[in-house]
Design a protein around this ligand. Sequence first.
Ligand code: ZN
Length: 183
Amino acid sequence: MDFLKDLENRGAILKGHFLLTSGLHSNTYFEKFRILEDPSILVPIMDELLSDAPDVDWVIGPALGGAIMAIEGARILKAKAGYAEAVEGRRVLRRGFDIQKEDRIIVVDDVLTTGKSVRETLECLKDYNVLGVYVIIDRSEGDTGINIPLKSLLKIPVKNFTPEECPMCKAGIPLERRGGLKK
Ligand SMILES: [Zn+2]
């Protein structure tokens, strides 16, 4: 299945001049909710992404996107789903998940940009047995500081620019804000 074409057609991959949550500018934006809103694409994507995943007890993702993926991943792998929620600049597992020390865990997330949400999720699981990280789109340009096996369905490196060095700003292209509000 050609996921790239499908994602472009449904507006999950946008071209333009975008302000990212980080404050950087980019010519590409991944609108992950065009994937997460529709089981007819999310289910085959999760099937493919987890096709070689090991047997696990838990699939855990950072809320919101990773949590939506986690429940589908847990269905595929016959595991349970856990959600790492953002609380005061870090990720925490609330909701009383009964994770045992020996339980086998994978982490899932939608779009890997700087790797921050995955790193925070791994940090809150540091006392547990995490086997790997699975992301739909890896848009990072290099080191994300994730030091366990990482699999992505699509690797689409995108260059980000500071406002000062942004060629689209210099060309006078209007800037569009997408995604969550900048803190
Ligand atoms: Zn710009």
